[in-house]
Design a protein around this ligand. Structure first.
Ligand code: 11C
Length: 342
């Protein structure tokens, strides 16, 4: 069976990765509708030997569509209800519906069963959350997790094509002895912008009343929902780094009971979508250089937290546009197809 697929946000970084992955994973589609804002409408995109014209998204764009892949952004909130009404299943990469109790928030390796409860929309988690839970779930299956302390090193792709272009242009300008211009990071819509090239910015998304950023609160709230455990204690610091498309995270996890390093290693290595790259004597550990453009996340630097009982540290890297966004969403669709849920 083949499916009629629409991609909303087809011209952005996540939309383009949807196309790469549909081809690479031989996703069974019979029709493909590429949708975007009026700004990109009319643009031609060559894909798998055919030329597609990007259409402006309207309330009527979803007639006859089985699966609507939403790349994210403000359009999701507006158009998801229209897509659902037209009979499509929406897999949405924006934050609009993630914490809605009626909407499953899914990482297919972690909580696939939640997909079955959908009422038309399935939410794809925030990229840094997806990558972290890929490391937490196999450990949580060994012993209940009590507390998580995470610090992220997030690639500029999280700010889309424009974020990536900004890093590239700044590096080129500075290397040529010119000034770096900053217009996008940390948050396009806020008044102040900072250079990301050769810098770190400890702000991803806007600040909340509790002095955390919205990105940090997403990691906290979404992780509890995906792991189905509201008792989890989580604190996060999220930082933008001058890396193109792979996020990295330092994670400290405290468990309710002891787990051996060997058991943790075996569980991580056996988990689908995870590669254990952890051989300190050979200086082997994950880096964005290894995970960029790749499907799996990589985990290394696994070691005891010697400052307390029952705690481990690990380091995890994953491609932000792939597992952090388009791949995870497409895996949700693949799961639905495999289980005849669409
Ligand atoms: C970043 N995590 O790295 C963000 C991008 O809620 O899906 C994705 C925001 C989201 O900037």
């Amino acid at each position: 069976k083949k499916y009629r697929v629409a991609i909303l946000g087809a011209t952005g970084a996540v939309g383009q990765e949807f196309l790469n992955l549909i081809e690479e994973r031989k996703f069974p589609f019979s029709e493909l509708r590429l949708l975007a804002s009026s700004r990109s409408a009319g643009k031609k995109i060559a894909f798998m030997g055919k030329e597609y014209t990007v259409e402006e998204t309207t309330a009527d764009s979803f007639a006859g569509i089985d699966i609507a892949l939403f790349a994210g952004g403000a359009a999701s909130k507006e158009f998801a209800p229209h897509a659902v009404k037209a009979g499509a299943v929406v897999i949405d990469n924006s934050s609009a519906f993630r914490m809605d109790p009626e909407v499953p928030l899914v990482v297919p390796e972690v909580n696939p069963e939640a997909i079955k409860k959908h009422k038309g929309i399935i939410a794809n988690p925030n990229c840094s959350t997806i990558i972290m839970v890929m490391g937490l779930k196999p450990l949580y299956d060994l012993a209940k997790i009590r507390r998580i302390v995470v610090s992220t090193y997030q690639a500029v792709s999280g700010a889309g094509k424009e974020g990536m272009a900004e890093l590239e242009e700044q590096v080129a300008a500075l290397s040529a002895g010119k000034d770096a211009e900053a217009n996008i990071l940390p948050v396009g819509k806020l008044p102040k912008h900072y250079q990301i090239a050769f810098n770190l910015i400890p702000q991803i998304d806007v600040f909340m009343d509790n002095l955390y950023t919205k990105e940090e609160m997403k990691m906290i709230d979404e992780t509890k929902k995906i792991m189905e455990d509201d008792s989890l204690r989580i604190t996060a610091t999220t930082v933008r780094v001058p890396v193109y498309r792979s996020h990295a995270e330092s994670v400290n996890v405290e468990f309710e009971s002891e787990i051996s390093l060997d058991a943790a290693r075996a569980a991580l290595a056996a988990f689908p979508g995870v590669i254990l790259r952890d051989n300190p004597s050979q200086q082997e550990y994950p880096m964005p250089l290894f995970t960029s453009g790749k499907t799996d996340v990589e985990i290394g630097r696994l070691r005891r937290d010697e400052s307390t009982d029952n705690a481990l540290n690990f380091w995890i890297c994953g491609d932000q546009i792939r597992k952090g966004a388009a791949l995870n969403a497409l895996q949700i669709a693949e799961y639905m197809i495999a289980h005849e849920l669409v």
